[in-house]
Design a protein around this ligand. Sequence first.
Ligand SMILES: [Zn+2]
Length: 348
Amino acid sequence: MDDWQFGPAQELRRAFLLDDTILEPIYLYPPGKSAAVVMSVDDVFPGTSKSAYEAGGDLEKGVLGRLLWLLERHPQLQLTLFVTPDWRRISPVAHRLWRHLPWLCDRVYLASVLPKGTMDVRNHPEFVAFLNAMPRAEIAIHGLHHINQGHSVSVEFQNQNRAACAVMLAEAIRIFEESGLRYVRGLQPPGWNCGLALQQACRDVGIEWVASARDIQTPVSKDAKTAMSGLSGVSMLFPEQIAPNLVHISTNFQATSAPERAFDILDAGGILSIKAHITKNVPGYTHLDGVDDLYMNYLDRLFDDIEQRYGDAIDWTTLGRLATSLSASSPTLLSEKTATQPIAYRAA
Ligand SMILES: [Zn+2]
C-alpha cells in the first residue's frame, strides 16, 4: 500500500553510524531566496476513464487538467510528476484466496494485475506528447510496474538484491528512453521503500536522487528527522546526500496538513515538499492526497498566502533541480569507502 510504514530499528542504526557529521544536510539557496516550495505527484500513467481508473490518460480532460489549472493560477509553481513506465496494479488490496496460504502467498500476485504492456508508455504516444508539452513539469521515475508479489502489493522494491533492482531500474529507463518521454534521473520508490539494495542500484544505473521519506507529523524544526513512511532518520526539511552521488529529499506536507505547517517549514528556511497522488479513488483504497477539486482549491489558496507572506523570497523549484544544485554545491561529496557503513544502516 502507498502508506507502507518502514519499521527500522532507529536507535540501533544510529549506534552504527560511524560519522554522522558527514551526512548532514546541506543546501544553499540562490541569492535572495530563504526557503523553497516543491510539489510532486505520484502514480501518473496512461489509465483513462475507460480503464479501471483515470491516472492521466484523459489528458487535459482528466486529472492532468486539474494540475494545469493550478499551474496556470500560479506561474511560479513547478511540478515533479512521478510516472510509472508500465503500470500493472489494478487494486492495492490483496484479495486473492492464496493470501491465506503460507509460502505461496509471498510468491504470487495477491491482487489483480494488468498484463505487461497495457499501460506501457511506449504504447501511449499521445500521453507522452502531452507530458512533454506540460509547462513547468519535470518527469521522474516511479518504479517499473508498481506491483509486487505478497501482501504489500504496491511496495515494488522489497527483497530483491542489488542486481535485480538494477535490472528493474534499467528497464524503467529503457522504456522512458524508447517512448521519447523527457525525464530526469530521480526515483520515487512505490510504497516509499528504499532499502540498501535499491540505493546501490540507483547509483549503478545513474539515478541521482530519491524521494523515499514522508513525514507529515513530526513537529517542524531545522533538525527534524523523518520517522513515518519510507526512510527514517533523514532530514525532514532539507535535501540530504545519503550515499555517493545519491541525494534524498523528503515529503513533509499533504492535503491533510494545516497551512501553519507550511508556514513553519518556510519560516525555518526549509523545503516545503508537497505530495499528491494523481487518482483520489482506486479500487479498495482512497488516497487522502488525491488530485481532486478540493485539494487543488486548498493548494490554490495556500499558494496565494505563501506568495503574499514571502514574496520573492521563495525558490519555487523541482525535486530534480534541488538535487542537482545540492550535488553541485556540496563541498563534502562522499567517497565510496567512507560512506559504506552509514548507507547500510540508514537503509535499515
Ligand atoms: Zn505509487
